[in-house]
Design a protein around this ligand. Structure first.
Ligand code: SF4
Length: 605
């Protein structure tokens, strides 16, 4: 972290002068020399004497102690309390969010002066009372900033990735959310500290703050205002001190924000399709590892309940790669997220069961999920740049995936992180472990994501478009790596993709999804070689091929989930459609063992 030196030095000088006031050999700030009231600046008293004949320089320096102590203490307390409220409310949502945020809104309803008067009446004036009043007043500002930041950060893939790794909620809030909202919180801290210094001055001026004769800038401004006709400089000195301190504070917080801001890096994009069908591949026939039956996902909308995933049934065997393919909006990603218990808040599982390792994944509580996700069941997300925390070194992120599930020392976790980086083919892994995500290429970042996913030896990995953001060379390397890891460890893979060439290269079996339903399923060679559903045939025709044939796009678009069709959902786009297709729902039929189609005319295709 590189921090601009100027603001640090300025704040250090101001705070240092205030702290070192007893050591500077200044005259006693409360000793009066009434005979020389309001004396002009001299060698002995560089800023002159005030209305009671006290040394003005000494009172300004000693006054900084009271003003800064009150401002820093109040803004730090408000920052801690308000940020905690905002992060907890924004992350947990629901009743916690409602309770905390409404409580904060109540504070906002109080006029500051009225609140100060109320508290001073009860507790009496003084620095302690002032800190309490200012802390309460500034809590809502911090809570709102942290709440807004948390709402935005909690939607990021790297937060989902931490949940997928099984990290606890407090750990995610502290290690993932907080570092990523620290920039705006620091800006708020600078604003609160600056406002607190001004308010301390105002309240002390009104007799509600620091009690005379203790020097403070607010008291100095109040007193100088009464004598400004005779000694205008007495008003200038505390105002200058106040202004310089606020400017230095603002500059320091800006510098801190710049230094802590998450690093951004351009995304690698671009993809080229290849025809990679390789007939004759053997399908693994291990024990059944996952059995998903009748999964329906519902989303409540103002127009009613929509079902973007309907009656999806799948099985995955030990060591098998099942690909789920389909256009955007077909429901493949929601199916994957439902299997990991990571559905977005608006969505819920309506029906279905998912047997994995003796448990029903669709009925697990959050505590059971934390033990399973990132351990026996892991996920690789599409965009490694947004799935990795930009503020943490990659080695630390892999180590965190290990310590979330294992009772190992930090040193051991770090050593295993380096070993995992080596395993996923990252050269010079010890050095790379110290890199931040933005210092790596797209392919390397995806290798890091894979290292995190396999850190605890999962039995099943759900990979959601893991190569979609990579160029074709890196894409091939990542696919080779996944195939190699599968061979070495025997893990099973659910590979979600819209790319048929990629699926043809990596999958054993394929399930084709359309408009929330599986429309065809079977061994990848059989399905791609002789499709038994017009949608599968359309997808194959729309993929670029090596023989130079121009791809033929499927006309029309995927219907949105709220559209209810009495017959086949592909009928509006289907070139093989007959009248029956529009009135009779097409059921999934088992054509041959392991081969299923949802087309009324499969026998004619
Ligand atoms: S059921 Fe009819 S409309 Fe649907 S895919 Fe088959 S042929 Fe096309």
């Amino acid at each position: 972290m590189k921090l601009a030196r100027g603001p640090v030095i300025a704040v250090a000088v101001i705070a240092g002068l205030a702290l070192a006031a007893p050591l500077l050999g200044l005259p006693d700030p409360i000793r009066m020399d009434v005979a020389h009231r309001m004396a002009q600046p001299s060698w002995q008293h560089p800023l002159g004497l005030d209305e009671f004949g006290r040394d003005e320089l000494s009172r300004i320096v000693w006054g900084a102690r009271a003003s800064l102590a009150v401002a820093f203490a109040a803004s730090l307390i408000a920052g801690l309390v308000g940020t905690s409220i905002g992060v907890v409310g924004g992350f947990l949502r629901g009743i916690v969010e409602l309770t905390l945020l409404r409580a904060v809104d109540v504070v906002l309803c109080f006029p500051p002066l009225l609140l100060a008067l109320l508290v001073v009446t009860v507790l009496g004036p003084g620095a302690g009372t002032l800190i309490l009043v200012l802390s309460v007043l500034y809590v809502p500002g911090f809570a709102r900033v942290a709440y807004a930041g948390t709402l935005s950060v909690r939607a990021q893939d790297y937060v989902e990735a931490m949940r997928a790794l099984g990290a606890t909620r407090p750990r995610i809030m502290l290690r993932t959310i907080l570092p990523n909202i620290i920039g705006p919180v620091l800006v708020q801290l600078s604003l609160a500290a600056a406002a607190a210094i001004v308010l301390e001055s105002g309240l002390s001026f009104l007799g509600l703050g620091v009690v005379p004769p203790t020097p403070s800038w607010g008291l100095a401004i109040g007193a100088a205002r009464a004598t400004m006709d005779q000694a205008p400089l007495l008003l200038l000195w505390p105002c200058l001190a106040l202004t310089a301190t606020i400017l230095a504070m603002n500059a320091l917080c800006d510098a801190l924000r710049d230094a802590l801001e998450p690093h951004a890096a351009p995304r690698t994009t671009g993809q080229r399709l290849r025809d990679l069908l390789t007939p004759g591949r053997a399908v693994p026939s291990g024990d059944r590892l996952l059995e998903l039956r009748g999964l329906t996902v519902a989303i409540e909308t103002p127009q009613g309940t929509v079902r973007p995933v309907r009656e999806v049934s799948l099985t995955v065997a030990e060591g098998e790669t099942l690909a789920i393919v389909g256009e955007s909006g077909s429901g493949k990603t929601l199916t994957g997220l439902a299997l990991l218990g990571l559905l977005p808040e608006a969505a819920r599982v309506l029906t279905g069961s998912a047997r994995f390792d003796g448990a029903d994944l669709l009925r697990l509580g959050e505590t059971s999920w934390r033990g399973l996700r990132g351990d026996a069941l892991a996920m690789v997300f599409q965009d490694p740049m947004s799935s990795l925390n930009p503020l943490h070194r990659v080695g630390a992120q892999i180590a965190e995936a290990i310590t979330s599930h294992n009772n190992v020392s930090a040193a051991e976790a770090a050593a295993r992180a380096v070993a995992l980086l080596r395993e996923v083919g990252i050269p010079d892994p010890a050095r790379r472990a110290r890199a931040f995500p933005h210092e790596m290429s797209g392919g390397m970042r995806q290798r890091v994501m894979i290292a995190m996913a396999i850190a605890n030896g999962p039995r099943l990995v759900v990979a959601d478009e893991p190569t979609a953001s990579l160029d074709v060379t890196i894409q091939a390397q990542v696919l080779d790596l996944l195939a190699e890891l599968k061979q070495q460890s025997g893990l099973a893979l659910i590979f979600i993709s819209h790319s048929l060439p990629v699926v043809a290269e990596i999958a054993d079996r394929v399930a084709v999804m359309y408009a929330g339903e599986i429309v065809e399923e079977g061994p990848v060679d059989a399905v791609f070689g002789a499709p038994l559903h017009p949608y599968t045939a359309g997808l194959i025709a729309s993929a670029p091929s090596e023989d130079g044939k121009p791809p033929q796009a499927i006309g029309g678009t995927v219907p949105s989930p709220e559209i209810v069709l009495p017959g086949c959902r592909f009928a509006p786009r289907c070139s093989r459609r007959i009248d029956r297709c529009e009135s009779e729902p097409a059921a999934m039929v088992e054509v041959t063992p392991g081969r299923r189609s949802r087309c009324l005319r499969w026998a004619e295709l």
